[in-house]
Design a protein. Sequence first.
Length: 156
Amino acid sequence: MRPDYDLAVIGSGGAAFAATIEASRHDARVVLIERAAVGGTCVSIGCVPFKTLLAAAHTYHHAASHPCACVPTQVGPVDLAALIAQKDELIADMWQHKYVDLADQYGFEIIHELARFKDRDTLAVGGRELQATVYVVATGADPPSHRYPVSARRPI
């Protein structure tokens, strides 16, 4: 029996999309499976949100404390709700244009479900089973917990 897909990718961060896109370029039948929002940690809760908020703080700080007295600036209260809304809008735009739209562009399927291996050849995905010739598990990683006390004075 022929597998449902040539490649099944679990996860949707940068590595997962790179594998998915490359296989699609070679006319492989590809599925990407993600249990949460596509884009991985960087887009959802990591780099992008952090750097957006950091850029706002940087801008605020420079407006408040720049060394050029000949260019007056004013610093008022931060509209935190608007800042968070802008960050969320940026993330939503990235999800759509840098991830979701690529599925249509490259012709692969995205399944928004939890994937578990039933056996070495079969994935259970949202109440159905699927098989692929090759599987890529690109779900990221959690940092290890420290076994030793960490001190700010003694970096690891």
